[in-house]
Write a protein that binds this ligand. Structure first.
Ligand code: PFF
Length: 511
């Protein structure tokens, strides 16, 4: 059964969806912390350079590959060279793992929207989060008992996300992003305006923006900038290839990329202003320097923010509502994007309908995710899997996909440059090729080397070795085995037509 590929209704649909994917939990809880730790105001320079020399070039490449072959990663890479299909399935596996734990974190955030009213943590957010809510034992043993108050929110999250995916690219993904992104901007603006008006906000902003120029001589700061930008833009793990595969033939690829990159960075900086104003207020309320209250990630969202909300008295309820709603809204659009990759890949390869792929692949992933993350192990598994999948899974996939094009199949690069230049406003040339050939892969390679060195040398966190082995290295191994199995075992319904050498963009055909 041959199916007509779905399309975005307009370029704006694609841009909304790409922004929705890029703007996620990372922007809100990761960027402010990484920036602060790496030179504050001075970090903005390495960050900008990383964006221009690695983030955007790779974003453009992802767009071109997706648009050129009009397939999700496995079959897109397969058309570059048949062996590379496995790499595409590796990215699919990585996306499945991300989807599994990301849904769990979003379910916590959704629960905290509710907990904010009446501030259910009652003055002790840490104890409430770790013990009362998650019932964590710190990873000392495994538990298989389902905890109902974790089960229902994560179930709800999956129902919402699968429903959006079930409705398809136009009526589901595009429409939900067109609703959620403006909603996120409005909610986040209100939050930031409230935050900067809090007493002590200025100290927080000073801590965030005061440049430590010395930091720029430290190579770790540069690595942090490069490491952050790939995750932040959602590049290199198949999402942007997939989203671009639904673009019409005459699409301004680089123009769209620039809009998405700028929107994402603006949101990050805005988040930095909001989060650090709030931390400044907290330091002020506790009479301590800002550096003593700074945190990022799960600790910032579920422990520091509830503390701050409590310091605001009863008006804190609304502040909490806004903050956690922003996390949910920003995260849902990212989760949709990450799940679109496997769904699209299965459709492409087997020729099955979208509905079947959503129910089968989406439903199966949801089931696993619900079973694993409705237990007392949730936070331990989120922490370990997130670390390994982000730092090895994504980075390795990105590195290999670039190496494929810039080193192994180098002749393609001129072809891609021509492809993009025929339809895009910002023209690519030798500079883009050089950045992709040297700067981007090198930054990924060094990041990966340092991560592996750290993990092999000193393990991860304070968890027992067997736990890290099973869920950390085990996840990476699962991705590898899964990639090979999917490449070789999936039934192919219809032989894939190789993409024509040049797309027929001259016809002016629009979706
Ligand atoms: N760009 C996203 C972020 O900054 O949070 C990264 C991401 C994470 C995208 C998880 C998709 C996803 F499921």
């Amino acid at each position: 059964m041959s199916q007509v590929r779905e399309n975005w209704s307009a370029r704006s649909g694609f841009i909304f969806a790409a922004v929705g994917s890029a703007v996620g939990l990372g922007n809100i809880w990761r960027f402010p912390y990484v920036a602060y730790e790496n030179g504050g105001g001075a970090f903005l320079l390495p960050y900008l350079i990383a964006l221009l020399t690695a983030g955007l070039p790779l974003l453009f490449l992802d767009y071109i590959v997706g648009h050129r072959y009009r397939r999700s990663p496995p079959l897109a890479y397969q058309q570059i060279t048949p062996k590379a299909e496995t790499l595409g399935w590796w990215q699919v596996m990585v996306c499945l793992f991300i989807g599994m734990y990301y849904a769990s974190v979003l379910a916590w955030a959704a629960s905290y929207v509710y907990f904010s009213f009446g501030q259910k943590w009652q003055g002790n957010p840490e104890q409430f989060f770790m013990q009362d809510y998650l019932q964590s034992n710190g990873g000392s043993s495994l538990s298989f008992e389902i905890i109902p108050h974790l089960f229902f929110p994560i179930l709800g999250m999956w129902v919402l996300v699968l429903l959006i995916l079930y409705l398809g690219v136009k009526r589901g993904v595009e429409l939900s992003n067109k609703i959620f992104i403006p909603l996120l901007i409005v909610l986040f603006m209100i939050l930031v305006v409230q935050a900067v008006r809090l007493p002590g906000a200025v100290q927080g902003l000073n801590a965030f923006f005061t440049p430590n120029w010395q930091a720029m001589t430290d190579y770790k700061v540069w690595l942090a900038a490069y490491g952050h930008i790939f995750f932040s833009l959602s590049v290199g793990f198949g999402i942007m290839v997939t989203y671009a595969s639904y673009l019409g033939k005459k699409s301004n690829l680089t123009g769209a990329g620039l809009v998405v990159g700028l929107a994402n960075s603006s949101f990050e900086i805005l988040a930095g202003i909001g989060v650090f104003s709030a931390l400044g207020f907290m330091a002020h309320a506790q009479g301590v320097p800002v550096k003593e209250v700074v945190s990022g990630g799960i600790g910032l969202a579920f422990i520091a923010f509830p503390q701050l909300i409590s310091s605001l008295g009863s008006s804190g309820d609304w502040f909490g509502f806004l903050f956690f709603s922003c996390l949910v809204v920003a995260g849902v659009t990212s989760l949709v994007s990450v799940m679109q990759v496997p769904i699209s890949a299965f459709q492409d390869k087997t020729g099955c309908s979208r509905q079947k792929a959503v129910l089968g692949i989406g439903g199966g992933t949801a089931l696993l995710s619900i079973l694993l993350f409705s237990t007392a192990n949730a936070i331990t598994l989120v922490d370990i899997i997130d670390h390994f999948i982000n730092n090895i899974g994504i980075v390795l996939g990105a590195l290999l996909s670039i190496t494929l094009v810039t080193w192994l199949m180098r002749s393609k690069l001129d072809d891609y440059t021509r492809h993009s230049n025929q339809i895009s406003s910002i023209k690519l040339g030798k500079v883009w090729q050089l950045l992709l050939t040297i700067v981007t892969p090198l930054s990924l390679l060094i990041t990966l080397g340092l991560t592996l060195n750290g993990l092999l040398g000193s393990g991860y966190g304070n968890y027992p070795g067997w736990l890290v082995m099973i869920f950390g290295w085990g996840s990476v191994l699962c991705c590898l085995i899964g990639a090979f199995l999917l490449k070789h075992l999936l039934p192919v319904q219809k032989p894939v037509q190789p993409a024509q050498d040049e797309p027929q963009i001259q016809t002016g055909e629009q979706p």
